[in-house]
Write a protein that binds this ligand. Structure first.
Ligand SMILES: Cc1cc2nc3c(=O)[nH]c(=O)nc-3n(C[C@H](O)[C@H](O)[C@H](O)COP(=O)(O)OP(=O)(O)OC[C@H]3O[C@@H](n4cnc5c(N)ncnc54)[C@H](O)[C@@H]3O)c2cc1C
Length: 415
């Protein structure tokens, strides 16, 4: 059961990440934003210091470690929050690699796939990406046009992807394509593991972006890419269902990113409100400024409450889909608003790159879009509310997670 108390070990881990970020991340945050440097050296350093996964770690040990992590997501989230407070884009690049790419392989892959592809990404030796979005299909995941045609012991993949985090540099890519062209809607989609040197796989230059500029984003093009059948991830034609699990985790992680963003801009705004003077007073004296600060604090407390709730739901093996969507919807919009409020508190200085709040506001906007837009989060939540006569409105009534149940059954078929 959740306790509002950290163990000494958890406190130490958070402190260590804080110190690491002060020394290894903050001096480079602006350079990341200006795209002068790539995030991968810092990412590798972070992983080498904080990840328990080494060259000798076995797949079974990683599985156990991930199980523990999911049961104690708060500790892990507090570490991510520290990274986000320093550079949200670093957190995005790292999460897309270790959670979205390697995490999906750990969730859906077989032992060989985990060993060959997930472990090197989790160790930081390789960079991972997950490729779902296409030029004509973002929110409309059903509408992807990439195809994977079976040809003997191979699948031949054709199509293109866009807006893919880490695409310009990824070594391992989880790529979604249609395997049954006649199947309607979400049916007939499968996931494949692609390697960067597969003939026919090319990539575009990193995009110029508004925010999260330290996380390279780009396109992928597949022209008759020959992928061994061993690289089919999960069950053929079940890719969409398995993707839903990744999406739920990504959306819950969005709240963690928003906490880091809001906490940092609130810290900066408080410092500024205590020192900047106008009309012979610190601006923190003015009620208009105080209200903005209080609004930010309320957002932060709500986001933490959502984190505690989603963590507990996940730890208890309950269905995260609707709660993660509603949480991301709230946190995403609230964090962007908090970013705009921070800029107002700083006045003209808030608009200048000399202070960090404008970057955090630009970064916050992405969390509203990536992993499903606000509107899509509303649709998912509305579907949950309307599909049953008695939907689980109280978090205590949320049913078991169908994905975890399926995975447990796969592991223990006799149960
Ligand atoms: C920096 C960045 C990193 C990203 N990283 C990745 C990644 O690593 N992997 C990946 O696969 N994708 C990634 N994405 C893509 C992201 O998931 C999509 O941009 C997002 O899902 C929205 O899709 P879209 O851009 O095609 O917008 P569209 O789907 O075209 O939507 C445009 C607008 O229409 C609205 N809309 C669409 N359908 C509906 C509807 N039914 N009802 C109401 N409104 C609707 C949307 O909410 C939005 O406001 C990334 C995007 C960005 C910007």
């Amino acid at each position: 059961m959740f306790e509002l108390k950290l163990t000494d070990e958890q406190k130490m881990a958070r402190e260590e990440v804080r110190k690491f970020c002060e020394k290894e991340v903050r001096p480079y945050t602006r350079a990341l934003d200006n795209e002068e440097i790539l995030p991968y050296d810092i990412m590798r350093k972070y992983i080498s210091v904080f990840s328990p996964i080494t060259k000798d770690t076995t797949v079974e040990e990683v599985e156990k470690f991930r199980e523990q992590k999911h049961k104690n997501i708060i500790a892990d989230s507090l570490m991510s929050i520290e990274v986000c407070k320093s550079a949200p884009s670093l957190s995005l690049a790292m999460g897309a690699s270790t959670e979205l790419c390697a995490g999906t392989i750990m969730n859906c892959g077989n032992r060989d796939q985990k060993e060959k592809y997930a472990l090197p990404v989790l160790r930081g030796d390789k960079i991972g990406a997950i490729a779902i979005t296409e030029p004509t299909a973002g929110s409309d995941v059903y509408g992807i046009k990439s195809t994977a045609r079976k040809d003997g012991d191979y699948y031949i993949i054709n199509g293109s992807k866009t807006f893919i985090t880490n695409a310009p540099y990824a070594d391992v890519i989880v790529y979604y394509a249609k395997t049954d062209l006649d199947a309607p809607g979400h049916k007939g989609m499968s996931a494949f593991i692609l390697e960067n040197d597969m003939p026919g796989l090319t990539r575009g230059k990193p995009f110029e972006k508004m925010g999260m500029r330290g996380s390279p984003t780009g396109e992928l093009f597949c022209e008759d890419v020959k992928v061994p059948k061993e690289n089919l991830l999960g069950t053929e034609n079940r890719g969409f269902y398995e993707l839903m699990e990744t999406f739920a985790e990504e959306r819950a992680w969005g709240v963690v990113m928003d906490i880091g963003i809001v906490e940092r801009i609130l810290e900066e705004s408080l410092k500024y409100a205590r020192t900047r003077t106008a009309f012979g007073q610190n601006i923190g004296f003015f009620q208009g400024v105080q209200w903005r600060l209080v609004d930010m604090y309320v957002v932060l407390m709500n986001c933490y409450a959502l984190l505690f709730m989603t963590s507990e739901i996940r730890a208890q093996g309950k269905d995260l889909t609707a709660v993660a969507s509603a949480s991301k919807l709230y946190a995403g919009e609230a964090a962007t608003r908090a970013g705009l409020d921070a800029i107002s508190i700083f006045g003209g200085y808030g608009y200048m790159a000399e202070y960090p709040v404008e970057m955090f506001m630009r970064d916050a906007k992405l969390v509203e879009i990536g992993g499903g837009t606000t509107e899509i989060m509303k649709i998912i939540t509305a579907n949950m509310l309307l599909k049953d006569e008695n939907p689980p409105l109280c978090p205590f009534d949320i049913p078991a997670d169908p994905f975890i149940t399926v995975r447990e059954k796969r592991k223990n078929p006799d149960k």
